[in-house]
Write a protein that binds this ligand. Sequence first.
Ligand SMILES: Cc1ncc(COP(=O)(O)O)c(C=O)c1O
Length: 388
Amino acid sequence: MSALMQTYARLPVTFSHGEGVYLVDTDGRRYLDALSGISVTNLGHAHPAVTEAIQQQAARLLHTSNLYHIAGQEALADALTAVSGMETAFFCNSGAEANEAAIKLARLYGHQRGVDKPAVIVFENAFHGRTLATLSATGNRKIQAGFEPLVSGFTRAPLNNLAAVQQIAANNPDVVAVLVEPIQGEGGIRVADDAFMQGLRALCDDRGWLLMLDEVQCGNGRAGHYFACQGMGVVPDVITTAKGLGNGVPIGACLAHGPAATVFKAGHHGSTYGGNPLACAAGLAVVNTVVNEGLAERATAAGARLRQQLTDGLQGCESLVELRGRGLMIGVQLNRDCGELVGRALAAGLLINVTAGNTIRLLPPLICSDDHLDELATGLIKLIRGFE
Ligand SMILES: Cc1ncc(COP(=O)(O)O)c(C=O)c1O
């Protein structure tokens, strides 16, 4: 029996290494990676810029502590604020921690404004992480069940329903912030409408609330802009990021703008590893590569091509309900649960994922060539047609 706690239902494969968009298993078999470790290895596996940055940093300095200034952390904060229009950054190690930072920031902001029990509006089908606060913010009972009592201070609305949010605004004077994924990942690749996002921005401005965006899955170039909100016509007060920021090296960040940028003072929040020299070297290599190589723009073009191929190839396919997404964050919803396609894809040398039961989730690396996209589309169309 394995000495690991059985928290994951793992697929029967172990990878030994990766090369760009391919992973190679311990028997030497190659797989096209259309999942990128769930939106993490956006630059592909063993990207030379990231590898070199990590190697050089590892040979010089891994860790000091946030008791001291960290040059690489300053550099990464500069790069992230420049690319996002945000003003300040707090570094941590994961998406859940980035959202914890945002939730704490919102509560402190509320207290500073005289709200004793600050509340955050969150959404149905949202996913924000597995810590107690972030699973309480998550809109999926399966994630919460068994871990009650949940953290209080969240109030939930349906996505893309501004009237529901306005109604909460009218009835709940304790609200201080809204936390939303511009594109819900775990929830089934559900895109927040531009008008909804802009409506949230206007409501937050009107009420003095913080608009906080969880871009842990959709950020770092994946949805066609460095951050997805940049294609939706909104400037938020807070953006959380992680996953793709380190291309596999654990790092997360909570970015803030306007009044939110200066809410935290010394002693309010912290993390031993957060923003350490190694993680920041990886993060800086990622941001520079995404920007310098135009990978967000590539995600738009590649996503459009892939969606067109899937639309054409799935013409007349009865099980297809909808193709959704932005850039290289694509959901293919079928008319019934299709989790078994993951195993079938694996057997065919293709790594995909199914979320929300019936939605195939595609998160291929942003460095995909047209040939890779063709390979992915052909493999996927065959799988879906074989599932009819
Ligand atoms: C939108 C979103 N937020 C937060 C998280 C949690 O990130 P992590 O697993 O790094 O804690 C995830 C992970 O899937 C996510 O997709």
